[in-house]
Design a protein around this ligand. Structure first.
Ligand code: CP
Length: 318
């Protein structure tokens, strides 16, 4: 087993590859920093040029709206330069391999590389070859991990509920293919959630998830009962090779988040979704746009969380 390159010899965060095993104190330090990047009252992102002269390269080998834009906006709010690598128009089309592409990105002078890739372990591979002055942030690798999404989800719940300890959290949908689900499970568990339930069809929520210390439930009406937080996840069709459910209509009937299902949750339950949303499949518009929805708060919070992570990796005291 290789040493985890996420931390240096003194335990300082050098890259952000996963939240698995992250000490709660470190997560709370990130939340506290994120809070300092929101203007009091309005909750707008504060501009603070703490990363002036640094270069962030967004190296996205899979599509993204929220993560890529949030990193770009966060880096610019911190005064950094940003370059977006476009996989479709890159030399990958000429047969270049991932390792050569990322070596090139590093040689172009990046201080921070955010990488998203369909292969689990891609960010770790990049971190293992990055020189000392370069930090790697995992923007999502295959079904493995999406650490900044988990941090922004946990912080959104913290801000909405005032705590995570003891909360009943339900993740609904395609858990099997979801890096968000895995990262959320690790982080919410570390932060003391009272009960975490994963729910969906048996094809997408196998019993093996119990090994992560969560409950597996295939009946959504049971799972949402008295939940404090409901996190809806889309079916990840791009990772499915075969049929995992009968039809979009059947999926909505059995596993869609609807008003009546949210009514069965706790009175002030929060509804989260990392996006992108498939309205009319895993969630209906009444709920996605309703008063319990945190979906747009997640997006804004995600900018502050990325500012927090980048300043921490740069070793900047704030
Ligand atoms: N939540 C998330 O990762 O969204 P994007 O794919 O749009 O970045």
């Amino acid at each position: 087993m290789l040493a985890n390159p996420q931390y240096d010899n003194s335990g300082r965060l050098r890259h952000l590859l996963t939240v698995e095993g992250m000490p709660p104190g470190l997560a709370n330090e990130i939340f506290s920093r994120a809070g300092s990047f929101l203007e009091p009252g309005a909750g707008n992102i504060a501009k603070r040029p703490l990363l002036g002269g640094r270069l962030l390269i967004n190296a996205f080998f899979e599509p993204s709206t929220r993560t890529r834009l949030a990193f770009e906006i966060a880096a610019k709010a911190l005064g950094a330069e940003v370059v977006n690598f476009d996989a479709v128009s890159s030399s990958l089309a000429k047969g270049e391999i991932f390792a050569d592409t990322v070596q090139t990105i590093i040689a172009l002078g990046a201080d921070i590389v955010v990488v998203r890739h369909a292969a689990a372990g891609a960010a770790r591979q990049l971190a293992s070859i990055a020189p000392a002055q370069v930090s790697v942030i995992n923007g999502g690798d295959g079904c493995h991990a999406h650490p900044t999404q988990a941090l922004l989800d946990a912080w959104t719940v913290m801000r909405g509920c005032g705590r995570i300890e003891g909360l009943r959290i339900v993740l609904v949908g395609d858990i099997l293919h979801s890096r968000v689900a895995r990262s959320d499970i690790h982080l919410f568990s570390a932060l003391g959630a009272g009960r975490i339930v994963v729910c969906g069809p048996a094809s997408l929520v196998p019993r093996q998830f119990e090994q992560l210390g969560v409950e597996v439930e295939h009946d959504l009406d049971k799972a949402v009962r008295s939940a404090d937080v409901v996190i809806a996840l889309r079916p990840q069709l791009e990772r499915m090779h075969g049929q995992y459910f009968a039809s979009a209509g059947a999926y909505l009937r059995d596993y869609g988040i609807t008003k009546s299902r949210m009514a069965a949750a706790a009175r002030k339950a929060l509804l989260l979704h990392p996006g992108p949303l498939n309205r009319g499949v895993e969630i209906v518009s009444d709920v996605a746009d309703g008063p319990q929805s945190q979906i747009l708060n997640q997006v804004t919070n995600g900018v502050a969380i990325r500012m927090a992570v980048m300043t921490l990796l740069a070793g900047i005291d704030i």
